[in-house]
Design a protein around this ligand. Sequence first.
Ligand SMILES: Cc1cc2nc3c(=O)[nH]c(=O)nc-3n(C[C@H](O)[C@H](O)[C@H](O)COP(=O)(O)OP(=O)(O)OC[C@H]3O[C@@H](n4cnc5c(N)ncnc54)[C@H](O)[C@@H]3O)c2cc1C
Length: 438
Amino acid sequence: MKHVVVIGAGPAGLKAASTLGRRGVRVTVLERESALGGLAGSFDLQGVRIERYYHFICKGDDDLVETVEQLGLSERLHWRSSRMAYFVDGRLYPFLTPWELLRFRPLSLADRVRAGIAVQRARRMREEDLARRRAMEWLRDLFGETACRIIWEPLMRFKFAEYAPEISAAWIWARMIRLSRSRKSPWREDLGYLDGGSRTVFEALQRDIEKHGGCVRLGTPVEAALIEGERVTGVRAGGETLAADAVISTVTPVVLLRAAPDLRGEYFERLRRIPTIGIFCLFLRLRRSVTPYFWVNASDARVPFAGMIEYTNLNPMHALAGDRVLYVPQYLSASDPRFSQDDEEVLRSYTDALALIHPAFDRDWIRHWAVFRDRFAQPICLTDYRETTPAIESPVPNLFLTDSCQLHPHDRTISGSLSLGRRAAELAAARIERPVER
Ligand SMILES: Cc1cc2nc3c(=O)[nH]c(=O)nc-3n(C[C@H](O)[C@H](O)[C@H](O)COP(=O)(O)OP(=O)(O)OC[C@H]3O[C@@H](n4cnc5c(N)ncnc54)[C@H](O)[C@@H]3O)c2cc1C
């Protein structure tokens, strides 16, 4: 029986392993951490498992919805109407429906009308016409200077920090398209969540892998990918060597290249050059709600973050007995000094800002807090992504790799990673059944 090693038990790795298992291939998944899920993993909060970062589902997340159905979990997937708002210079404005957009005072009436028309125009554009344009310039042309400064610039800086001016217009266009698929009408946006969070799918995928004879080994970091005679032959993990007919890496490329430092050539050089940004996120379990909105964007010089997500306004999380969950994320390069600022300092400055958004906010509302960090959270979509994105099948025979950059211009999502994992598994299965003659 053929054996494939999958590195990483995030959505891509688990889906790759489950797809191979169903095709009769023996799989071993090796995961560095003690929990499943990668960036979508969860932690134990006073007996309740909660995701370290917020995760919502959109109507176009086909691979996720399909996986949920395949695993018999459809009853655990729920859709709810969600609301968003902008906090601009001390005031909170609802910002979803055409009516709310028309009443958005920070923009002149002419700019509001222009913004409505711009969104419709953007939806009719094509990726190939936008790929090489810079997002900030494109947004300025389409929405005008003021809308760009109040709406788009804070969003782009939040997501990409110093890389914001270099991002491809196709990335922001693709994000508009993803969210627009969740719109039933101009008046309503439906977002999804799973009972038990994303972990529900990951645990079911693990059971599926085990049912088909595979195994998932947590707390087992891969130290080296073994290449012999220019072909991958297995990995070394925890001092043990595991032979494999193929290896699928789902870890961020930097980590793979550390495990196989001798990999050379154009393909691996391109991998080395793809920039990635980190994340830190303040997690709060609160006694009271800060706003009725799922998502609040902030454009106010006194607020040190660009957005906050009150997750319980989407998923009520009954296990928390009425408590609220609020995430306040910030994307930053790991080399930025703010990335490693003291947790207490993050809590202090962020909660000072919460008191601007809800004047009655008091630190007594906090039942639990934590700051989570990941150095590699988001690959950067530059204007040359169509030429530089590496294929899933590497030039080293039987070595496959997935990374969220392969979804560009689309943002990275759980659904996207499930699709990459599935595609990597299909390629690996085809290759070990029909080896390449070299
Ligand atoms: C703040 C934030 C918010 C997000 N919100 C959403 C959202 O609302 N909706 C959505 O769909 N997506 C969202 N995402 C994106 C989603 O979490 C990711 O797209 C997805 O988790 C990526 O999955 P992956 O399997 O490709 O990679 P990862 O999740 O990065 O998994 C890689 C795995 O490899 C493991 N690993 C690393 N090194 C080694 C090693 N040496 N040996 C073995 N294992 C190793 C890691 O521990 C990890 O488990 C969000 C992400 C963040 C950070």
